[in-house]
Ligand binder design. Structure first.
Ligand SMILES: Nc1ncnc2c1ncn2[C@@H]1O[C@H](COP(=O)(O)OP(=O)(O)OP(=O)(O)O)[C@@H](O)[C@H]1O
Length: 221
């Protein structure tokens, strides 16, 4: 069996105590897996990704990541570095004036020099077909371009796991095909939340469904 990367055991979470979102959810991610997560609107798919990286704190259950139990706030910065989250809304990910600043932000934060961060930014943008985008003004990009730049910002951190929340939102057919090719060329294990079953069928090798607060293995598309 491939190494275990993330494990949620008996995780419960509620924004409002009356309406729990996760109820004793169990999930394990192994290296090499690209897990499609489907489920009705409001089932808690985004919440599930956020719990894995400590952006939502469970009321019960345990989280293990990269071989360690993660309990306190201080445990999660490392998890967020190693498990990169592509937010559902690119505007939550991109907050700098230019594309280069947004993509270089993570590497600089990890202690890379300016020259190293510039090189990582150039390489990552080129890999996503965004060569020459460095000086573009982020807020003026199209929805699809923003999505790819947000992915570049995640990949620039060289994460071991990718958590992708609706990665094809705002993408036209051509850009969606590019996203498929990019994801299929990457080595990382992935958890991919999406309502787009055709897209998922092209990238996923395992399917789970989130319903009634728990995850269940599911048949593919
Ligand atoms: N910050 C918040 N405060 C209060 N309730 C929230 C918050 N975020 C989400 N919720 C509620 O929690 C439930 C789960 O939301 P979540 O976004 O995780 O679902 P989802 O499966 O990702 O939905 P969708 O498919 O529509 O994106 C929903 O009922 C939602 O309204």
């Amino acid at each position: 069996m491939s190494p275990e990367l993330l494990r949620l055991s008996g995780v419960s979470f509620a924004y409002d105590r009356e309406r729990p979102v996760l109820r004793g959810a169990d999930f394990v991610l192994h290296a090499g897996e690209r897990v499609a997560v489907t489920g009705p609107n409001g089932a808690g798919k985004t919440t599930f990704l956020h719990v894995m990286v400590g952006l939502a704190k469970p009321s019960a259950g345990t989280i293990e990541a990269f071989g360690k139990s993660r309990t306190s706030e201080g445990d999660f910065p490392e998890v967020r570095r190693r498990a990169g989250l592509l937010f559902q809304d690119a505007d939550d990910q991109l907050f700098c004036p230019t594309v280069a600043e947004d993509v270089a932000f993570g590497p600089l934060n990890l202690g890379k020099s300016r020259a190293e961060a510039r090189e990582i930014t150039r390489r990552t943008l080129a890999r996503l077909g965004l060569q020459g985008f460095e000086d573009r003004i982020t807020y003026k990009l199209s929805g699809g371009q923003k999505r790819l730049v947000a992915l570049a910002a995640v990949l620039a951190m060289e994460p071991e796991v990718l958590l992708l929340d609706e990665p094809t939102t705002a993408l036209d057919t051509e850009t969606e095909e590019r996203m498929v090719d990019i994801l299929n060329s990457l080595p990382q294990a992935m958890v991919i939340v999406s309502h787009d079953r055709d897209f998922l069928a092209k990238v996923a090798n395992r399917w789970v469904r989130l319903e009634n607060g728990a995850l269940r293995e599911a048949a593919s598309a």
